[in-house]
Write a protein that binds this ligand. Sequence first.
Ligand SMILES: [Zn+2]
Length: 304
Amino acid sequence: MPKRFFDPILILFVFSLAILVCAVFLFPNITNAFTDKDNAFSYLEEQMSFGPRTPGSEAHEKFLNWVTQKLSAQGWDVDLQKGNYKGHEITNVIASRQNLAADPDAAWIMLGAHYDSRLSADADSVSANQTQPVPGANDGASGVAILLELAERLPKESDKNIWLVFFDGEDQGNIVGWDEWCIGSKMMAQYLEKQDRRPDKVVVIDMVGDKDLQIFREKNSDKALTDEIWSTAEKEGLSNIFQDKEKYSIYDDHIPFLQIGIPAVDLIDFDYPAWHTLADDIQNVSSDSLAAVEQVLYAWLTKK
Ligand SMILES: [Zn+2]
């Protein structure tokens, strides 16, 4: 037998490799340690490079091309749901992998985030700024970045049907010619209401990039679904971010789904001084915050 077979370094290497392979197979959550927070943040930066993704803008169009390409490249089926609201074209982006689930009765989970930026920074203290669009680093880009990171990291084979939905027209309420909030999610709920089968659970993420991230239980959200997510956060050691108490009652993209009887939850940190101002820009969001929320959702989706 050649001498090299007894090389202790080689044996140690093979032994270590075997342990690592076993660990990854036996404890798939160990791969969660590999969350690439900078990757999620790069998705936020790319959106910001387009400029505010206000309805009808070139940046909005660029976003749609970019997100469609990214999701397709990551192996997701992409459908555009188009509609019209008071003359404005509304486009929701749906990424799905339901064809991969062997079981037609498998749980159907929809995760959603709005991608549009608000046309008017009407909460800005400088009146000249109030006619400008909101940059939307936190209010829009943060939720989208997390969905894209999940799109990349979620295992291709899943025991669930997962939809990642990017809603249009969430953030234009109380603006002349718009009036209403959550147009894209209402359009999606109207479609689902007519279907025999609907998602079992809907999780909406919005404004989850604040540097001082604290997500309180949202009062309109489904209680059992909120419990599930908060319990996952506790197991992941993130109870400092997922605060175990109620604070706000928010009208967000989860409401249209609750109204048609689907359990839905809104994950949002509404304590954000830059909300609807020009300061909702990249300097006021954090890659650590994106990574924490992504970690909880990944664990919730993949652990039994
Ligand atoms: Zn907003």
